[in-house]
Design a protein around this ligand. Structure first.
Ligand SMILES: C[S@@+](CC[C@H](N)C(=O)[O-])C[C@H]1O[C@@H](n2cnc3c(N)ncnc32)[C@H](O)[C@@H]1O
Length: 315
């Protein structure tokens, strides 16, 4: 039997919370009993969502009465979270690079480590995008337009962030999932970003769309989990996120890295860069693949000192 939220002893009816504080304490205790590591944070985010506010807004509303309908919605979300459904799918949003992206089960939930791809692009392009005193002629503007491509765009978090960080850039993003592209297009519209989204399987279509001078930026967070390691994934990932976004095809975790480094020489501008997010144990193999493809490459560590990104350029 599913344990009711708030009932320590299932035979004893618990008094219904009357304030937001009581509802929050009930949610935190329930999720902690269910073994959720981030029980406090999860309960805060879910109750804040129900009340139409954020965590700070929730803390300032703690002494306010909670409506029965709000309590019911919060209870339902606590129960779903206890069944390991990710908070981002329950609230319908996840922050990425300081912006809120709508997410649902059609797309991977953007991860903080993927922000490193944007940091690298910004650092590399800073000299080129720094403030300019003289206005450009239209020919110079065309030559100066940054061209970016994102393979496997999902929610659109990387492509949209590139478009917003580099105003005026031309950004192309592709995905094999029409469902994911619907989410990405809606995010771009809401965030007022211009991105050309393309439904395509694999990388071939990028050759047809290659700008005359090549792409300045090619980013990707491709599916890299070995399907054989599926049992090791946390349940909230394995049971809820799209498998096409998680699992590498053909039981080959390196397949997309190999294809990306092989395609890069024909796609990149002379000073362009390829940045690919990697699985925690992929670094050495990715570096070797890039070198075999004739690229100059290095690995970039994330905050946990895991080689998280392959950076490659033409040699
Ligand atoms: C790990 S997710 C990354 C999503 C997003 N870029 C992010 O960082 O949150 C990988 C994406 O690649 C897409 N994908 C998988 N196989 C593909 C293929 N053959 N061609 C194009 N996209 C593919 C999936 O649909 C998914 O959206």
């Amino acid at each position: 039997m599913q344990e009711a939220v708030g009932a320590r002893d299932p035979n004893q009816a618990a008094a219904a919370p009357k304030t937001c504080r009581e509802a929050l304490e009930l949610g935190r205790a329930f999720l902690a009993r269910k073994g959720l590591i981030d029980a406090r944070k999860d309960a805060d985010l879910l109750l804040a969502h129900v009340l139409g506010t954020d965590r700070l807004g929730l803390y300032t509303a703690l002494d306010k009465p909670i409506e029965p309908a709000e309590l019911e919605r919060a209870r339902a979300l606590f129960v779903r979270r206890a069944q390991t459904e990710p908070v981002a799918y329950l609230t319908g949003a996840r922050e990425f690079y300081g912006r809120s992206f709508a997410v649902d089960r059609r797309v991977l939930i953007p991860r903080p480590e993927s922000e490193l791809l944007i940091d690298l692009a910004r650092a590399h392009l800073a000299p080129r995008t720094a403030g300019r005193a003289e206005p450009l002629t239209s020919a110079a503007r065309a030559a100066e337009t940054l061209c970016c491509a994102d393979f496997g765009t999902g929610s659109g978090c990387l492509a949209i962030t590139l478009a917003l960080e580099f105003q005026g850039a031309r950004v192309i993003a592709s995905d094999v999932s029409a469902d994911a592209l619907e989410v990405a297009r809606a995010n771009a519209k809401r965030l007022a970003a211009e991105v050309d989204f393309v439904l395509a399987d694999g990388l071939d279509h990028f050759s047809d769309r290659r700008p005359e001078g090549g792409f300045d930026v090619l980013v990707s967070n491709p599916p890299y989990v070995d399907p054989k390691a599926a049992v090791l994934l946390p349940r909230d990932v394995r049971d809820f996120e799209p498998h096409v976004a998680l699992f590498a095809p053909q039981q080959d975790p390196d397949l997309w890295v190999r294809r990306l480094v092989q395609a890069a020489p024909a796609l990149l501008a002379p000073a362009g860069r390829l940045w690919v997010e990697l699985g925690h144990d992929q670094g050495a193999r990715a570096l070797e693949l890039a070198q075999q493809a004739g690229l100059c490459a290095r690995l970039v560590n994330d905050l946990e000192r895991i080689p998280r990104v392959l950076e490659a350029r033409l040699s």
